[in-house]
Design a protein around this ligand. Structure first.
Ligand code: AMP
Length: 303
C-alpha cells in the first residue's frame, strides 16, 4: 500500500440545487479527495483553514484515518465557495469565491512528506501546485493534478507549467474545452495530453468519464442513479477513488488505470446522493465493492 499525499482546498461551501440548499457546510477539493481516498489507502492531507474552521470537521477526516497534521490553521477566515446548479446538474455556477487564508497559503511539506510515492495536486492555485512539486525530494511514482475554470482563466501560465510536470490530469468536460480552446472533446483531450500528462481523465458528470492513456481511449458511464441531490465534490471524490486505488495497488499501468476510473466513478456516485460529505459518511463496509460489482454488470458486453 503506497501513501498518498494531497494538497488542495478545505472549504466552507454554500450550495443551492433544485433539491435543497445548504450554508457553510464542509467542502473543498482536498476534503472530498481525502475522505474518498481514505477507503483505499493512507492519506496525508496538506491544506490550510482559518480560525473559524469547526473542530468537528477536522475530526471527521481524522476519524477516517486521514493524517491531518498538515492541515494548519492560519490567522483569518477559511476559504469559502458558493455555487448553484439548475436542473442540469452538470454545470456549476460559481456565485462567490473568497480565497481568505488560501490567498497567503505557503505549504511546507516537512521532511517526512517529501518522499510520498503518490501525489495529488487537488484544485487550488497552480502556483501552490508547482510549489509542492518543487518540494518533493524524490519524483513520486505518480503525480496527478486537477483544476477548474477559475484557475484556467486567472493563472493559465502557471497551470501550464504545472501540467508539463504531471503524469495524470483530471478535469471536467467544459474545463477541458476551455483549457484546450477546442470544442471537440476528443481533440481537447489530445491537446491537453500534448501539454504534458500521459493520462488525461475527462469527467463528464452524469455522462461518465473518458480517459486517454498513452494514446488509447477508455470510457465508463456514470452509475445510473434516480436521485441526485448535489454534484458538488463529485470530481474530487472521483479523483480520490482513482488515486486511492492506484496507491493501494501500487500500480500505474494501463489495466490499473482502467480499474481506477471505475473506482473513481463508484465513489463519485455516492457523493452526489446527498449534500456535502453526508453520503460518504454513511458508507457501510461492502458498499464500495457492491457498487463496483454493479459497474461490472453495467458495462459487461456478454450477457
Ligand atoms: P468539484 O469536485 O469540482 O465539484 O469541486 C467542488 C469543490 O471545489 C467545492 O467543495 C469547493 O469548495 C472547491 N472549490 C471551488 N472553487 C475553488 C477554487 N477556486 N480553488 C479551490 N477549490 C475550489
Amino acid at each position: 500500500m503506497g501513501d498518498l499525499l494531497v494538497i488542495g482546498s478545505v472549504a466552507l461551501d454554500s450550495v443551492e440545487t433544485p433539491f435543497g440548499k445548504v450554508r457553510e457546510v464542509l467542502g473543498g477539493s482536498a476534503t472530498y479527495f481525502s475522505y474518498a481516498a481514505s477507503f483505499f489507502t493512507q492519506v496525508r492531507l496538506v491544506a490550510t483553514v482559518g480560525e473559524d474552521f469547526p473542530e468537528p470537521h477536522r475530526r471527521l477526516l481524522a476519524d477516517r484515518g486521514v493524517d491531518t497534521r498538515g492541515l494548519r490553521a492560519s490567522q483569518g477566515k477559511t476559504f469559502r465557495w458558493a455555487g448553484e446548479y439548475g436542473f442540469d446538474l452538470n454545470e456549476a455556477r460559481t456565485l462567490d469565491t473568497q480565497l481568505n487564508v488560501l490567498a497567503d497559503f505557503r505549504p511546507d511539506l516537512g521532511e517526512d512528506l517529501r518522499r510520498t510515492p503518490f501525489l495529488f495536486l487537488a484544485n487550488i492555485d497552480p502556483e501552490l501546485q508547482l510549489d509542492v512539486l518543487r518540494q518533493m525530494k524524490e519524483r513520486p511514482r505518480l503525480v496527478a493534478l486537477d483544476t477548474m475554470n477559475f484557475w484556467i482563466r486567472g493563472k493559465q501560465a502557471a497551470l501550464r507549467r504545472a501540467l508539463a510536470e504531471v503524469d495524470v490530469v483530471t478535469i471536467n468536460d467544459a474545463e477541458a474545452r476551455q483549457l484546450a480552446g477546442e470544442p471537440n472533446l476528443i481533440r481537447a483531450a489530445r491537446a491537453i495530453g500534448a501539454m504534458g500528462p500521459r493520462v488525461v481523465v475527462v469527467k463528464r458528470g452524469e455522462y461518465g468519464a473518458l480517459m486517454l492513456a498513452d494514446g488509447a481511449f477508455f470510457f465508463v458511464p456514470a452509475y445510473p442513479l434516480e436521485s441526485v441531490y448535489d454534484p458538488t465534490g463529485a470530481g474530487d471524490t472521483f479523483a480520490g477513488g482513482f488515486m486511492g486505488h492506484l496507491a493501494a495497488q501500487e500500480r500505474v499501468d494501463a489495466a490499473a488505470m482502467r480499474r481506477a476510473v471505475v473506482y473513481g466513478s463508484v465513489m463519485a456516485s455516492f457523493t452526489v446522493e446527498d449534500f456535502s460529505l453526508r453520503r460518504l459518511t454513511r458508507l457501510k463496509p461492502g458498499d464500495i465493492a457492491d457498487r463496483y460489482a454493479s459497474f461490472h454488470d453495467l458495462i459487461r458486453l456478454e450477457a
